[in-house]
Design a protein around this ligand. Structure first.
Ligand SMILES: NC(=O)c1ccc[n+]([C@@H]2O[C@H](COP(=O)([O-])OP(=O)(O)OC[C@H]3O[C@@H](n4cnc5c(N)ncnc54)[C@H](O)[C@@H]3O)[C@@H](O)[C@H]2O)c1
Length: 249
């Protein structure tokens, strides 16, 4: 089913992990996609793998000038700005909360929170003028059911969930829907950071908290993203939907 046929979507952090899974699912559903990432080589490779339906965009979403230039390039290429996915995010290794270095805290808040503010300043006026739009923020189960050792990351995702709900209610009169996804620990390069390294014992510990018994995948997140950004979800706004195998129950 091509439920995003004719739509244009920009995905941040689309060169890797969930962002790449979302970009793949979006193009498979008929969308044209802006593949934005700070890693130019990986973004180029991802966009090439998606063919003519993709535009490679290299930008640092924490920098207003860099991010705005990429958003404008996308708008010129696409002709409309139907969907924005604020996916790019960074994690922290498990650390007692009082020991997290200020520079790491600042980077975390710049990428996970401040970039959503910057994106909104550029995109919301465009979507208001269009009279429609859809914004999807990638939060986390960490924002709903926090675990020790990742406090500032958990808090950043709680911020994303509250921002999503507030954006949804404020932008609804403009026919702009805003939703979030809360993935459980996923099979991406970020997983080892959250686990404090990768080993079968660490994986087993995480998996024991997921009733369905597996990590999330980029394909799981891509499928959920297609649904929430499609017209079939036209009455859904302000939700932060778990894709978590039952982890938050
Ligand atoms: N993997 C998990 O276990 C998990 C679980 C829940 C939520 N999440 C969230 O999902 C999202 C994607 O995570 P992932 O696991 O796919 O990570 P990832 O590291 O595989 O991909 C993140 C991408 O974002 C890009 N990026 C980072 N900083 C950037 C910047 N300043 N400007 C532009 N691009 C930048 C990176 O280059 C990378 O390609 C994040 O918001 C993360 O917090 C991940």
């Amino acid at each position: 089913m091509n439920s995003l046929q004719g739509k244009c979507a920009l995905v941040t952090g689309a060169a890797s992990g969930f962002g790449l899974g979302i970009a793949e699912a979006f193009t498979a559903a008929g969308a044209r996609v802006g593949v934005l990432d700070i890693n130019a080589d990986a973004a180029r490779q991802a966009a090439d793998s998606l063919g003519d339906a993709a535009l490679m965009l290299c930008a640092d979403i924490t920098n207003r000038g860099s991010f705005s230039a990429a958003l404008e390039e996308f708008q010129n290429w696409a002709g409309s700005f139907d969907i924005l996915v604020n996916n790019a995010g960074v994690g922290l290794p498990p650390t007692p909360l009082e020991e997290v270095k200020e520079a790491d805290f600042q980077r975390l808040t710049q990428v996970n929170m401040h970039a959503i503010y910057l994106a909104s300043q550029w995109v919301v006026p465009v979507m208001k003028t269009q009279g429609h739009g859809c914004i999807l923020n990638i939060a986390s189960t960490a924002g709903v059911s926090p675990r020790p050792g990742l406090t500032w990351y958990n808090a950043s995702k709680g911020w994303v969930i509250t921002a999503t709900r507030s954006m949804a209610v404020e932008l609804a009169p403009h026919h702009i829907r805003v939703n979030a996804l809360n993935p459980v620990a996923g099979e991406t390069p970020l997983l080892a950071t959250f686990m404090g390294g990768d080993s079968s014992a660490k994986r087993e510990k995480f998996l024991s908290t997921i009733p369905l018994g597996r990590f999330s995948t980029p394909a799981d997140i891509g499928a959920a993203a297609v649904f929430l950004c499609s017209d079939e979800a036209g009455l859904i706004t302000g939700v932060a939907m778990e894709v978590d195998g039952g982890r938050c129950i």
